[in-house]
Write a protein that binds this ligand. Structure first.
Ligand SMILES: Nc1nc2c(ncn2[C@@H]2O[C@H](COP(=O)(O)OP(=O)(O)OP(=O)(O)O)[C@@H](O)[C@H]2O)c(=O)[nH]1
Ligand SMILES: [Mg+2]
Length: 462
């Protein structure tokens, strides 16, 4: 099965890529391009590719008999270490394929989980990925389960006559429930932390992996986050202050990218990593306009956002990498479909002033930054303000309580009715002086890349 000599001599494992295309799949110029990127990111060397068009998957071997044999020969010819499928396989299909092809078989989900596992750096993302991997592996325990059975086989764990598989399954289930409760705690803590940090409007970058989110973050804020031509370069969330012209400080977050058919368990367990996105006032959806599959990528991102329950947010679509589009007609085709999208090049710092303008406008649409004078006995209005708005500060006087609050414009009705007075506040007023140094010459000026959070333990918020 596995060829240990390759691991020993440090050469990358050799992979053959395979994909089944059914009539419901959208035609693509290169149907294995994305999988190629994933396989390379996972550190394998792609040695061959195979595609089968078929009306539906074979129940037991996924591909048809002839193609399975073709795959076997391919593996043999290239001395490959594994076959990676762009589709999801049932545990039985994986087992049958491994038997027929004579080498390890991975499906798309397993490959993505593997990439996340290798890249996870923070405690939070490690918990998330371990949970997702265990959930994936549980129904496949027969095929692979080594590390858990080596671990924690304590006294009393193996009852007389109890099968190894059952023990493994029980251990896995126990670990899953431990991880779930630990993650729940992390999630709750993160939720409170992110809420407490809301000193300014928050904007979160979202988008397909490799669309250029981190590059845009760097262009807008001098954040120096890692931006790389590989899938899932970012697996944590980082927040930076962004001195937005006309707005003062805004908090901008960069986070993990999405991909088509992102494993559900992974989406669910990355909930706390995506907390900034969940609580953001505005999303900047960054899409790679130079990609031939830009429409599918945009749709995939909306799908994941829906899965996360955060699709209702105010969102600006940012069409990135316009410098890499050879023909202006291609950009026009995207703009025809998304006329409000903002074309930019994060790498060449093009179009950023329009983006800044659009962000300011979108934030203004949403929130009013006001100081409200309230009669101290008017408990109803005081609690309404904290319930509907983000209270920045309260000053209690005998005659009057002054509440500085950011209110959604749509919730102002009762405030107008009961407040003693309402005065608009500009953000510049309460900008932390030591932390912002807006660059007057640039509309997308950056400030320090200092930590916005006293806590760096639960995720890479820096
Ligand atoms: N030509 C061109 N390349 C860009 C542009 N913006 C980003 N890139 C490149 O695209 C690749 C991915 O950029 P990242 O900023 O890491 O993308 P990301 O969306 O953060 O990706 P993940 O964190 O992996 O999800 C890098 O090689 C960037 O240099 C752009 O405007 N034009
Ligand atoms: Mg990134």
């Amino acid at each position: 099965m596995q060829k240990t000599h390759k691991v020993l001599d440090d050469a990358p494992e050799r992979s053959v890529l395979a994909r089944l295309i059914t009539p419901s799949d959208k035609p693509e110029i290169d149907p294995l391009e994305e999988l190629h990127g994933l396989a390379t990111t996972a550190g394998t060397e792609v040695v061959d590719e195979l595609v089968q068009r078929r009306s539906s998957a074979d129940h037991s071997t996924y591909l048809g008999k002839g193609k399975v044999e073709e795959l076997r020969l391919m593996v043999e010819r290239h001395d490959a270490d594994m076959v990676i499928f762009d589709n999801d396989l049932t545990p039985a299909q994986t087992r049958n394929l491994e038997k027929s092809v004579g080498t390890k078989v991975l499906d798309r989900t397993e490959l993505i989980l593997d990439i996340f596992a290798a890249g996870a750096r923070t405690h939070e993302s490690r918990l998330a990925i371990e949970l997702a991997q265990l959930q994936y592996q549980l129904p496949r325990l027969k095929r692979m389960w080594t590390h858990l059975s080596r671990q924690a086989m304590g006294v009393g764990m193996r009852g007389p006559g109890e099968k190894q598989l059952e023990v493994d399954r029980r251990l896995a289930q126990k670990r899953i429930s431990d991880l779930r409760s630990e993650l729940k705690e992390v999630e709750e803590r993160r939720e409170r932390q992110v809420a407490a940090r809301k000193e300014a409007p928050t904007v979160s970058l979202v988008g397909y992996t490799n669309a250029g989110k981190s590059t845009l973050m760097n262009a807008l804020t001098d954040a120096s986050v890692l931006a790389q031509d590989k899938l899932f370069a970012t697996l944590d969330t980082r927040t930076r202050r962004w001195a937005l012209n006309g707005w003062g400080t805004v908090l901008l977050s960069d986070t993990v990218g999405f991909i088509r058919d992102l494993p559900h368990s992974l989406v669910a367990s990355f909930k706390s990593t995506l907390e900034e996105t969940r609580q953001a006032d505005l999303l900047l959806h960054v899409a790679d306009a130079s990609s031939p599959t830009v429409f599918e990528q945009i749709a995939a991102v909306y799908k994941v956002l829906t899965e996360l329950g955060i699709e209702e947010k105010d969102t600006l679509l940012v069409l990135n990498k316009i410098d890499a589009i050879p023909n202006p007609l291609i950009l026009n085709r995207v703009l025809d479909r998304y006329p409000n999208a903002i074309p930019v090049s994060a790498r060449a710092s093009k179009g950023l002033s329009l983006l800044v303008e659009a962000v300011g406008e979108a934030l203004g649409r949403e929130f009013l930054d006001i100081e409200v004078e309230v009669d101290p006995s008017d408990g109803k209005l005081l609690s309404y303000l904290s319930e509907k708005g983000e209270v920045v500060s309260r000053e209690f006087g005998n005659q009057m309580t002054v509440v500085h609050v950011r209110m959604p414009a749509g919730s102002m009705g009762p405030v107008h009715k009961s407040a003693k007075s309402i005065t608009p506040v500009t953000f510049d007023r309460d900008k932390p002086e030591s932390e912002t140094s807006p660059d007057a010459s640039s509309d997308a000026s950056s400030d320090t890349s200092s930590d916005t959070s006293p806590d760096t333990s639960s995720s890479d918020v820096a």
